[in-house]
Design a binder for this molecule. Sequence first.
Ligand code: S3P
Length: 171
Amino acid sequence: SPAGEVRPIVVLVGPPGSGKTSVGAALARLTGRQLRDTDKDIETSAGRPIPDIFLTDGEPVFRAMERAAVAAALTEHDGVLSLGGGSVLAESTRVLLKDQTVVFLSVTMPTGVRRTGLATNRPLLTGVNPRATYKALLDARLHLYREVATLEVATDELTVEQVAAVIIQEL
Ligand code: S3P
């Protein structure tokens, strides 16, 4: 690769509740690398939490910030990189991910709803019917996660440590 170019060792994608943050932390620990998370990068550069950005500026503004955050992280970070669940909605992001090692953490609707049920920080999942909302999100995105993935790990029946072990073994 060109001098000075860095890239993540692995990029984690998947819906909310698929375990990107916790698996990312385990992978970082096991590989001795740093974990970077584009949701956190956006909150840091915006100076406020993501639900505030959705509420004040709307989803399109958030998605523009997310495209920029992902592009920056992909060229700046050489550790483990966790992306926000909706990152793959952007075609420009999917193009960038074609050059990367991308792991899709998959999860079924019931498990995803259960894992995100206690979270209050997920603006897209706060509707009146979380099951239907989550199902719609999966239906709209499954093919996009699969389009960018080099490896898919079904996480429902696995612990965080087990998912991390599978990834290390497969990469
Ligand atoms: C989103 C997922 C969130 C965050 C934002 C939008 C999504 O990240 O980026 O609330 O569209 O799925 P997590 O996947 O880490 O929950």
